[in-house]
Ligand binder design. Sequence first.
Ligand code: 5GP
Length: 168
Amino acid sequence: MKKVFLRYNDIHRMCQNIAKEIQSDGWTPDCIVAISGGGLIPARILRSFLHIPIYTISVQRYDDVTAVQPVPVVKQWLNDSETQIRDKKILIVDEVDDTRITLAFCTRQLEHDAPADMRIAVLTQKNKQKEGELSASVSKIYAGQHINDVWVVYPWESEDIDAHDSGA
Ligand code: 5GP
């Protein structure tokens, strides 16, 4: 599969553009829910523009032998969803919407805690048939880039950031 390398600066600009789009929509999220680990760095950059708290959740789709789990497994969740997300406008952040199985699972779990509104921000939206269906409470998905079904390599995955950047 073709690979596309993104640099930290590309990601920072994508987050800035997403934040501008959120602001021009007049939508004012109360908090970010970052899906660990790919959503952590984008969430932190988005916070520099949106100035709201970040909460983290973690789900696992691959076991130790990288077999794909049919349903994601929760590894960590909100510790006080009543005060963190009930009746709140939440922005769920991850690095990529690929098959959508992860985002479908997370939004369906989060809807049990009755947020007022859920929107999603991803760096990469892949133009492909999606396998997961989001919660009906998700009103919009923001994306830093729309691409075909290629493999995106994010800078935090690299052990040699200079070699990574030279491939970008
Ligand atoms: P899903 O298929 O549930 O939308 O995405 C599951 C996970 O697969 C993502 O959170 C991410 O960890 C991984 N993934 C999917 N596509 C890519 C990609 O192009 N690059 C990288 N680095 N990870 C990906």
